[in-house]
Design a protein around this ligand. Structure first.
Ligand code: NAG
Ligand code: NAG
Ligand code: NAG
Ligand code: NAG
Ligand code: NAG
Ligand code: NAG
Ligand code: NAG
Ligand code: NAG
Ligand code: NAG
Ligand code: NAG
Ligand code: NAG
Ligand code: NAG
Length: 533
């Protein structure tokens, strides 16, 4: 019966050994799909929600002999077509052999369970189009005969314990569009894979032990022209990126992530990769200057650029791109003044470089910016006290520079500001009262400056507004350590309802700490007060 059915399918030309194998499966486990599922059920050692135990009942069948209301099973005219057992906490050695006789099974999805075992028998499930084994504990090699699954469109083996080289003839998987192998321990030369791969859309090989040089120009042309999402981050790739002259035609590439490898050399021009939206090359050893074309207004659609933790040198020119939203060029050796403009960027991380010159330049950074990170540079000058732009600013982090002067009163008026870190500078003068009674600000770090005067928590100055009460004060973490603050210990600190951490170490405060300090605080049981260091 099995053989008759096989003859009706297009793979009748398959090797004879293949048919013999299938036949032996049929004999061993019975040709009925129900028997196959019951065999599979027997291999499940733990079913914490009893999903399968309670529903996979051999008496519950419809008139075609299909399972009726069996958890996770779809069946059509007597043939099981889909098994979906995602997120069910199932434990056991998954019995692929038991279900290898399901002739019409197009989907097997068992992601996020605790299945173990090897997948050496997977190659016989030739009807599969969708195979998701991600987030389990499968181990061992992926057998070359996985290439027999010629109908496969989606293959997800991510987050398992697979390893070894991938000796798969991807050429045979002609319908494959999505391949996700991330977070395993696969090894071998990555170009061996790209040479064989056809017109896929999404390939994630990240977090493995792949090696070799990323010379995509040598890749299969149908691969290069079709790939949209390519993630090869967190591997051991070395050499220059695209060492051959010019760029391959990556016409559809939208996401490219090669961060956390050992890539060297200059950053190639990506300007011909017209669809590119996300480019991440952080945590490599790339050198040379910033690729200015990526920061300029152009026909590119780039919205995220991460070149952090490399060895880039030279200045940061004005950013005029109108598509770039997130720029991370932190932890390089960039120098010179801050850029005059940052285009439409929402996130600008230039921290841990050797940028110098006046911080006041940020006053021209416009209305789009939400996160400014400039810590650990050599910036000087005073924070700007002028225009009231920064309507969207949520984080201002400029610690470990040489800022001087007073806190500008305008700082307390940026409507969305949640985090301020100006620690390790030479700021002086008085603290601003409105920072303490903000209803947005959660983290304030002014540690290691030269602020003086009292801690101005002036709750009586809050307008008698029905809408704002102590419960609305948002401050969670307050670090004023290593300054020159004086006056009495601010006992009304206990009205800052959300506070969980205060550091007042090394100041000149007087008086006693009230006994009932904590009782009002929402997080009183994990509240920390540092006062003697
Ligand atoms: C593969 O599975 C993981 C974990 O279940 C998931 O996060 C990821 O998005 C999947 N990959 C694709 C290409 O769908
Ligand atoms: C990963 O594979 C390499 C060999 O390619 C091996 O030396 C290493 O122990 C494996 N790591 C893990 C966590 O299995
Ligand atoms: C490139 O991939 C296509 C489609 O999978 C295939 O037909 C062709 O043989 C491959 N070319 C090479 C050189 O491997
Ligand atoms: C690439 O993979 C890494 C690790 O698996 C992941 O953290 C990162 O978000 C991925 N990159 C993109 C652009 O999705
Ligand atoms: C920039 O990249 C570094 C790692 O290279 C990371 O720690 C940091 O959080 C990133 N910055 C932003 C704003 O995402
Ligand atoms: C700062 O950058 C240097 C390299 O320029 C790097 O070694 C260091 O880890 C970075 N520090 C932080 C906190 O990221
Ligand atoms: C402050 O920045 C200098 C370089 O400007 C760096 O060497 C040092 O580690 C940074 N300190 C902290 C605490 O980040
Ligand atoms: C920084 O610039 C401001 C305004 O442009 C100017 O008043 C100030 O003197 C400058 N500070 C330094 C240290 O150059
Ligand atoms: C900042 O601006 C405010 C109002 O525009 C003004 O009252 C104040 O004197 C200025 N402070 C400094 C330090 O320039
Ligand atoms: C405040 O900044 C200092 C110096 O940068 C740092 O050591 C400290 O951990 C920060 N405090 C908090 C609460 O993050
Ligand atoms: C700190 O400010 C006081 C005035 O409040 C001043 O006398 C002292 O010199 C300043 N210290 C430093 C290190 O700038
Ligand atoms: C203050 O908190 C109350 C209750 O938590 C809330 O209803 C009100 O909207 C808050 N007011 C503001 C201005 O956030």
């Amino acid at each position: 019966m099995l053989l008759m059915h096989d003859a009706g399918l297009s793979w009748k030309g398959m090797l004879a050994t293949w048919l013999i194998f299938l036949l032996s499966v049929a004999i061993a486990f019975g040709s009925s799909d129900i028997d196959s599922l019951l065999e599979l059920r027997n291999s499940i050692q733990n079913d914490p929600s009893e999903l399968i135990l309670n529903s996979w009942d051999s008496k519950s069948l419809d008139s075609y002999g299909c399972p009726q209301n069996w958890y996770g099973i779809l069946c059509s005219e007597g043939n099981v077509i889909s098994i979906t057992l995602d997120n069910a906490g199932l434990v056991g050695e998954f019995n692929f052999l038991a279900i290898s006789g399901l002739k019409m099974l197009y989907k097997l999805s068992i992601m996020n369970n605790q299945f173990t075992g090897s997948i050496l028998h997977i190659g016989s499930m030739v009807s599969l189009e969708f195979l998701d084994l991600s987030l389990n504990k499968f181990y061992g090699l992926v057998p070359p005969n996985i290439a027999e699954l010629s109908n496969l469109v989606y293959l997800n083996l991510s987050s398992n314990e697979f390893g070894g080289p991938l000796l798969i003839d991807f050429n045979k998987l002609e319908r494959l569009k999505y391949l996700d192998l991330h977070s395993n321990n696969f090894s071998g030369d990555i170009m061996q894979i790209f040479l064989l791969m056809g017109s896929v859309l999404h390939v994630d090989l990240s977090s493995n032990s792949f090696s070799g040089t990323l010379d995509l120009r040598l890749g299969n042309e149908s691969f290069l022209s079709s790939i949209r999402h390519l993630n090869v981050s967190h591997n051991s790739l070395s050499g220059e990126l695209f060492a051959h002259d010019g760029m391959p035609y990556l016409d559809n590439l939208m996401v490219f992530d090669a961060s956390s490898n050992q890539l060297v050399g200059n950053i190639p021009s990506f300007t011909f990769v017209v669809s590119l939206r996300i480019l991440r090359l952080g945590c490599n050893q790339l050198s040379g200057s910033l690729p200015e074309d990526l920061l300029k207004e152009s026909s590119m659609l780039l919205s995220e650029l991460d070149l952090s933790q490399n060895k880039l040198e030279g200045p940061v020119g004005s950013i005029t791109s109108v598509t770039l939203r997130k720029l991370n060029i932190s932890s390089n050796k960039l120098s010179g003044p801050l850029p005059l403009t940052v285009g439409h960027c929402a996130v600008v991380d230039l921290s841990n470089n050797t940028l110098s010159g006046n911080i006041t330049r940020i006053q021209y950074w416009g209305d789009y910016v939400e996160v400014i990170q400039l810590g650990s540079n050599s910036l000087t000058g005073m924070l700007p006290n002028e225009t009231s732009q920064f309507l969207r600013l949520t984080a201002l982090k400029v610690s470990n520079n040489s800022l001087e002067g007073f806190l500008p009163p305008i700082l307390g008026t940026y409507p969305e500001l949640k985090e301020i870190d100006l620690s390790l500078n030479q700021l002086s003068g008085f603290l601003l009262p409105n920072l303490f009674t903000s209803t947005k600000l959660t983290d304030l770090n002014l540690s290691s400056n030269n602020f003086s005067g009292p801690i101005p928590i002036q709750l009586q100055q809050i307008p008698n507004n029905q809408l704002v009460s102590a419960e609305n004060f948002s401050l969670v973490s307050l670090d004023l350590s290593y300054n020159n603050l004086s006056g009495p210990f601010p006992s009304n600190i206990s009205n800052l309802y959300s506070l969980e951490y205060i550091n007042l170490c090394v100041n000149k405060l007087e008086g006693t700490i009230p006994d009932d300090l904590r009782v009002n605080l929402r997080g009183f049981n994990h509240f920390i007060l540092e006062i003697h260091c």
